[in-house]
Design a protein around this ligand. Sequence first.
Ligand SMILES: CC(C)(COP(=O)(O)OP(=O)(O)OC[C@H]1O[C@@H](n2cnc3c(N)ncnc32)[C@H](O)[C@@H]1OP(=O)(O)O)[C@@H](O)C(=O)NCCC(=O)NCCS
Length: 429
Amino acid sequence: MDNGFDHIKWFRDASPFINSHRQKTFLLYLGSQALQSENLANIIRDIALLNSLGIKLVIVHGWAGLLQQSRASIQDNAWSKFLDAIIVPEILDSCINLISGTQGRLLAQLSAGTPNSSMYRSDLVVTTGNFIRARPKGIINGIDHHHSGRVRKINRTALTQQLDNPAIVLISPIGYSLTGETFILDPRDLAAEVAAVLKADKLIFFVANDGLMDDQSKLISEIMSNELTADLNATEQPILHAARRAIEQGVERCHLIGFKRDGALLQELFTREGSGTQVVRHSSIRVRQATAGDIPGIIALIEPLEQAGYLVKRSRELLESEVDHFTIIEQSGVVVSCAAIYPYQDMAELACLATHADYRDRELGDLLLEAVTNQVRMKAIKKMFVLTTQTDHWFIERGFSAESLDSLPENKRAYYNYQRNSKLLTKVL
Ligand SMILES: CC(C)(COP(=O)(O)OP(=O)(O)OC[C@H]1O[C@@H](n2cnc3c(N)ncnc32)[C@H](O)[C@@H]1OP(=O)(O)O)[C@@H](O)C(=O)NCCC(=O)NCCS
């Protein structure tokens, strides 16, 4: 019987992601196809939900695909220039009107607040403004690009002030020059540049497929930015180009997610499996010392293992006082593996070694064991021990061997839990 527990479990599983995303800056790119998608209303609702979870959001929108609707009123010569990304003076007003209209519609949708939507009772504020200075592309290979421009400067201070307000910032692909002229910008490049200037944590592109597909049409869930080559089976080359540039300029990661699928944005951001493709500079796995901010993530990881009897129960207070002993592996900002080291004179205890069930058998346990072993060596301690009930073979296969409890450091032996009856395994380093 569905008593709503699936939802509760989902909500609990999402909590490490909610904690990790709070106060982070995400830039969302909505191209013209996404803007025309039937799923746009759901995307907008989910954007409002992200805002209510304390995520700082910038939206950059496209427009060019929408100009097709005005094709009949545009002369052939101007249209063929437009197809070459050249905005001639004759169509500048149409472009400006189209972009302003798109901005206005997005503002209206972001301002809706009907009951049963994530926007109900939210005090969502959306800001627009002249954050972008532009310059003309000029004459390239003898061809005048007229009102097609490039980003000259982005007003970072004004943008961050708005985001701290907190407001969602909506940016249209129009920039103004110091001479007061208007230039139309490529929205994908604009998204990449704004994300880089803000040092955004994520740049999210909505694309027609679920993400990037490999030769067998299977979704690629993670790819390094230097693998985003032109021969990739992708119709979204300008987006890939922008993603690569953003990563090179310091954006943590880019995501390509499907605009057609309801919930794809939330699935990508709040579940371990995600829904699309994540573009990273390096492998997104990181081994590091834990900090207080990791405690919710560590709790989410170890609680089910405590309940199943693999690990000894630790209270939140104990974790808070002992978090310095922990080393974690995080993937995409989420704690997926952890272990703690407690030195006792000439020995060190390895405790609370755990890998999340979804991430097992990828040698994360080995990676963590190696990292904590190095830490113990650095302290000039020559022997490590572990007390385990169900995982002795894992340790034995990694050079540990069983010993009698007499070998335990005295102050540890005093607290040995005979009911738990753990085995003692040691390893000389
Ligand atoms: C033990 C644990 C940390 C390993 O994490 P991991 O990231 O999957 O580790 P690795 O990928 O490096 O190792 C996986 C290998 O260990 C094996 N393994 C996993 N649990 C094992 C166990 N209890 N006994 C023996 N081998 C085990 C897997 O089958 C796999 O073997 P394979 O490579 O031959 O397929 C993880 O299984 C876990 O969290 N277990 C529950 C918590 C626990 O018991 N912790 C120890 C407390 S002292």
